[in-house]
Design a protein around this ligand. Structure first.
Ligand code: AMP
Ligand code: MG
Length: 433
């Protein structure tokens, strides 16, 4: 019988800390997002991605009038079929309504969106009508259903209805809806202030010369990008050396000005890993190990109150670029959305059929990078991107989802079902290509 490899997940730390399961960690993280959220007014043109801080109730009907859905002639529906000619009594244009009342046997020329003249209830499309002087001839008037081609007032939004709820993140459509109600600004939560820095003596800034044992700073740029995708106000604090005093000082200062501080690297048990120590000396550690791969070393806690009297939360993310993205998507993203007041986001996952076998270990959740496709029969299938090292960022580039192998499985057989986390939902700023 072969012995199982020993893994770091098998150990309990000398302090008695065990690895929390992902959902346990996520619950702790979310429980830290408390407190009042300040709001402000934001011009509509700048409101994309912001979160509404007040419910929106319609002050009037949209559209405000009963109006034509087609260019044509407005008339009384009950006269259709009984006659083939109507007398032209005027016109109603979008922006300039017919102000009389339609008389029996009469028709009014009307354009799309123009208010229906009083007395008319049907629009006959222009293509079916022939104008001969002041007579409108509709040869096949039996074919027109009374009441057709008319939009009712309030059929889009009824006066007094709840249009959008507080906690809704504004996308292009929601902004259009606010505009249709005549609103030129929206009451939204103030931007969430987040500071980011990288740690590591080997980490070099892109643009600088790569040191002989150096590596370029990937994490700061992926993090800045996902934070931008969530409309955060980001403070980029660059790269810190593996030096306890510098890390402590930088964390302390960043905690004053921000609601959340994110670092990457230096959270493991190596000689140069000072982030955890800095967190416990400046604030409180909620947990620092999760039973997930990639992403096992992650320190979470708080750095005390900031200058606005809010608790500044802290996440020391791992150093490996894939682990940074995976932990951000799974833990930080839901936290940030909650800190921004968003209530509508749901962490949607799907079940897919694995087309290849995958290995894991019981007791931890593995997240492989996956490519899902839909078969001709409409079935969701997923395969991995190949080699799954946590430093291989190209594996994220090729992927369109994460594949989860849950704690109770040590293997996934080809053909069995797995849970996938689509990037379009979980990776803020992911291009919808
Ligand atoms: P650490 O936990 O600090 O030992 O980092 C784990 C691995 O991630 C090491 O190979 C680091 O060189 C790498 N790493 C740390 N920070 C970064 C970064 N900002 N960009 C790219 N790789 C990094
Ligand atoms: Mg390091």
């Amino acid at each position: 019988m072969s012995q199982k490899d020993i893994s770091c997940f098998d150990f309990v730390t000398p302090q008695g800390n065990r690895h929390l399961k992902l959902e346990e960690g996520a619950r702790l993280v979310m429980s830290m997002a408390l407190g009042h959220l300040p709001s402000c007014d934001c011009p509509l043109a700048a409101a994309l991605g912001r979160v509404l801080s007040k419910d929106i109730v319609a002050p009037f009907n949209v559209p405000q009038n009963i109006n034509a859905a087609m260019d044509g002639f407005a008339l009384k529906g009950e006269e259709l079929g009984a006659q083939t000619e109507w007398e032209l009594q005027g016109q109603s244009l979008a922006g300039r309504a017919f102000d009389g009342r339609l008389q029996p046997g009469g028709a009014v020329k009307i354009t799309t969106g123009a208010p229906m003249p009083s007395g008319a209830d049907t629009v006959v499309m222009q293509e079916m009508c022939e104008l001969r002087g002041t007579r409108v001839v509709i040869a096949d008037s039996v074919a027109v259903r009374p009441g057709s081609n008319v939009r009712q007032a309030g059929e889009d939004i009824a006066v007094g209805s709840l249009v959008l709820r507080r906690g809704q993140r504004l996308g292009p459509i929601e902004i259009g809806m606010l505009a249709s109600l005549g609103l030129h600004q929206a009451s939204v939560y103030k931007p969430l202030k987040v500071a980011v820095f990288s740690t590591g003596d080997e980490v070099c800034a892109p643009g600088d010369e790569l040191q002989p044992s150096g590596i370029y700073d990937t994490n700061r740029f992926t993090l800045l990008s996902v934070l931008k995708g969530l409309e955060c106000e980001v403070e980029d604090l660059g790269i810190l050396p593996d030096d306890k005093a510098s890390i402590e000082q930088a964390l302390q200062q960043a905690a004053q000005r921000n609601r959340l501080v994110l670092t990457s690297g230096g959270v493991s048990v190596g000689e140069a890993d000072f982030v955890k120590q800095a967190l416990s000396s400046l604030g409180n550690t909620s947990f620092w190990q999760l039973a997930i791969r990639p992403g096992r070393p992650i320190a979470f806690g708080d750095l005390g109150l900031n200058q606005d009297g809010e608790l500044c939360l802290f996440a020391g993310l791992p150093g490996n670029p894939v682990a940074v993205m995976v932990t951000f998507c799974l833990l930080l993203q839901p936290l940030i959305r909650k800190l921004q007041g968003e209530t509508e986001w749901v962490g949607l996952t799907w079940q897919a059929r694995a087309t290849e076998s995958m290995k894991s270990r019981t007791g931890r959740s593995d997240f492989h990078r996956g490519i899902f496709t839909i078969t001709e029969g409409g079935e969701l299938e997923v395969r991995t991107t190949g080699h799954q090292g946590s430093g291989i960022l190209t594996s994220m580039h090729e992927a369109n989802c994460l594949i989860r192998i849950e704690e109770d499985r040590d293997r996934v057989e080809a053909g069995s079902r797995v849970r996938i986390y689509p990037f379009s939902r979980w990776l803020p700023g992911y291009p919808l290509v």
